[in-house]
Design a protein around this ligand. Sequence first.
Ligand SMILES: [Zn+2]
Length: 326
Amino acid sequence: MPDQVIGPIALPKAGSRATGEFTFSGDAGLEKYRWPFIAIRGASDGPTVLITAGIHAAEYTGIEAAIRIGRTLDPTQVRGTVLVIPLLNRPGFYERSIYVNPEDNDNLNRLFPGRADGTWGERFAHRLLTEIVTTCDSAIDLHAGDLIEELTPFVIYRQTGDAALDARITQMANAYGARWAVRSAPTGERPGSLYAVASLNGVASMLAESGGRGLLIEADVARHVKGVTNILRSIGALAGVPDLVKPPTVVNSFDWLRSPVEGIFHPRVAVGHMVKKGDVVGELVDLVGEPLATMHAQTSGVLLFIVTSPAIKKDGLLLAIGGLDG
Ligand SMILES: [Zn+2]
């Protein structure tokens, strides 16, 4: 018997690393898959930290950074336990699924806390949350822009109303070193995210975005690795003095712009640009180039992400602005 487990995952002896796979037994749909993990058990006591990635299966910089962190953290320098699950959307990876999980075509990052008797994604969310996430002290979920998205790096976290927990969450988000942060309210506009529901269950949690477009660009991977390493140091999970990084600017809103028509999207802005409310941010034309719609910034702020595919369905996502009004 292993001397310590996290849900279905057996941890290695103190001061060592283990890699392997796990599944959620007793559920035929989930048991079709085996999820990879890397567990690092520190030589000394400390917090239990969960690092996840790939809840969106084509966000490769997050997945690659999680693997790299798992393989390179020195167990003699770790305090407590770091558990890395580098690919949550296991069904979607080799399918190159954008946004969704091919088992039910739902976005796994909208389904938490899930349901024990629900769809594939709801059952996965329920088992992951109850058996793994809520047994951890802190959780970091690594993302990128999806296969058809470009972004400027940012972090996202949820306020819970619990001052001590919110302080721990803010400490983590500040230590990542991002330029921008989205801080959502307890009644957040996109419920069901892993980081948000984890926080509401008492786990100090955050999400970090770096890279995108299906590309493994070294600087984007390195940003995640550096950010997570600094978080681990700042919360006492890793030896060493954390770098003093500038805290991110917290935006007032996270406004997603959707297309009123089906058409070809020609953006007029780029990620990281500052826009003013009413500025033209792009145009949509039909399949012979006739103009269909001119899109305007719905708020003033910074362009956090943009869809890079020109093929846009009606109500399809185009871009997001982090509001910086008043
Ligand atoms: Zn994502």
